[in-house]
Write a protein that binds this ligand. Structure first.
Ligand code: GH3
Ligand code: MG
Ligand code: MG
Length: 432
């Protein structure tokens, strides 16, 4: 019954088609295909109506010429379309890959952390076409590596993020895991947001990505909406993940470089600057003092009878005493002063812009401080206490070069030793 009705529909359609062709509508459509298709369906139905089941079965199994023409046309159109669009798509993909390759090379070549952060943020702004970005990193001042403070922000009023921070314990940051993947804040469960996240969202933040230098979240990049206000697409979210990954690698690179640089200029035992750095820095400070007509003071000192302390109490006790001397020295200097382990049990301090008087005053204060400090079993020392002898020389009063300044301070120290130790001697002008 159903079949009969559908056959009636086909015949009606066939007649309607004839009418359309008659009235010239074929001008607008490719009627040859439609016409042939309808004929084939009509033949199929007429065969069924007449009980020619074998013919009907054969017809339904076999793709008829008009049907093949339709599928062929669709396929040809698809191939045509692909031929037209594929080179453009490939060109864009090659361009994007080249672009990303350059970004990665440029970022990893920046070793200065401040420049790296600035370049990273400009990169994010440019690539994602946004105008709001914040980067959160641990603050060395705060001393907690698991709390991130905004170190760079763009597109916000100046004081908006003052006192703001994100904690690694935060459940939202917990979602990052070990992989650098950007998160769309709209896809995160509302109940995970505390008031800090509400502040971020209310100020336009849409996506966040972690900075993971070595499997540990060491910072967060947060971005606002796109300039054209459209939502981020899946590929833009992936791009953000990729950029955050590059930034993470560059940050790891820069941290490693900083560490290597610090190690290369630091004495491992006392954590004061080493002799290599001292030489370089003294040359620089002397040139600077000479250019700006400043003074510069150098204090050189040596532990008295240290061989005795070492031999009596053993090398580890000697090491511990040297560390204590370094600690006392560090506690007494200003930020601009340069404390150095000159070698063995000898130390020195460069006091930039220090006059002869400031050098002398500092040396005496240091001597008294060390004398007063209760070192482990210092009673074994000849005078009953562990002491130091010091020599002070200043530029330009006692020397006109870095080399001569060291020589003069050393000569003064030698004099202090000769005069009985535990004292400070000043380089004499006539020695110049
Ligand atoms: P002076 O008062 O003339 O300076 O006598 P001194 O015994 O301090 O001088 P000397 O040069 O005879 O001995 C220095 C000693 O310092 C010898 C060495 O064993 C010890 N020393 C040097 N560097 C280190 C170190 O890193 N650790 C320890 N424990 N001892 C050190
Ligand atoms: Mg000594
Ligand atoms: Mg010595």
């Amino acid at each position: 019954m159903k079949r009969r009705y559908s056959s009636l529909w086909i015949i009606t359609g066939f007649l309607a088609l004839e009418l359309l062709i008659f009235f010239g509508i074929h001008y607008f459509l490719d009627f040859s295909i439609v016409y042939n298709l309808v004929i084939s369906l009509a033949v199929d139905h007429i065969a069924l109506l007449l009980g020619w089941k074998r013919l009907s079965r054969w017809l339904s199994q076999k793709e008829t010429v008009p049907q093949r023409r339709v599928t062929d046309k669709i396929e040809t159109d698809r191939i045509d379309d692909e031929v037209k669009t594929t080179p453009k798509k490939l060109q864009k993909q090659i361009y994007d890959l080249h672009n990303l390759f350059e970004i990665s090379i440029n970022l990893t070549s920046i070793l200065d952390p401040v420049k790296l952060i600035q370049s990273s943020m400009l990169l994010i702004i440019g690539q994602l076409r946004i105008d709001q970005v914040i980067i959160f990193l641990p603050s060395r001042k705060a001393g907690n590596p698991n709390v991130f403070y905004p170190v760079y922000s763009k597109g916000f009023s100046k004081d908006l993020w003052k006192g703001f921070y994100l904690s690694l314990k935060d459940p939202v940051l917990d979602m990052f895991g070990e992989k650098v993947l950007a998160l769309d804040l709209s896809s995160i469960e509302q109940k995970l947001f505390n008031e800090r996240w509400h502040k971020l969202i209310n100020n336009g933040i849409k996506m966040i990505a972690p900075i993971i230098p070595r499997k540990m979240v060491k910072g967060v990049i947060a971005v606002g909406q796109k300039i054209n206000k459209e939502p981020f697409s899946q590929s833009e979210q992936e791009l953000f993940s990729l950029l955050a990954h590059f930034i993470s690698v560059a940050v790891a690179n820069s941290i490693l470089y900083q560490k290597m640089e610090r190690i290369s200029i630091t004495d491992g035992m006392t954590e004061l600057y080493n002799y290599r750095y001292f030489k370089r820095r003294l040359d620089y400070e002397v040139v600077r003092a000479s250019r700006y007509n400043h003074c510069l003071s150098l204090v050189l000192f040596d532990v008295d009878y240290f061989k005795n302390y070492n031999d009596t109490l053993g090398h580890p006790a000697g090491d511990a005493a040297l560390k204590k001397v370094a600690m006392i020295l560090r506690s007494m200097i200003r930020k601009s002063d340069i404390p150095v382990r000159y070698g063995g049990e000898e130390f020195c301090v460069i006091l930039p812009e220090g006059t002869t008087e400031t050098g002398l005053v500092f040396a005496e204060r240091l001597r008294k401080q060390i004398e007063a400090y209760r070192f482990e079993r210092e009673e074994v020392q000849p005078g009953g206490t562990l002491t130091v002898s010091l020599g002070v020389a200043s530029f330009p009063k006692h020397a006109d070069s870095a080399q001569q300044l060291v020589k003069e301070a050393d000569a003064a120290l030698y004099r202090a030793k000769g005069l009985g130790r535990n004292r400070t001697c000043l380089a004499s002008e006539k020695d110049k």
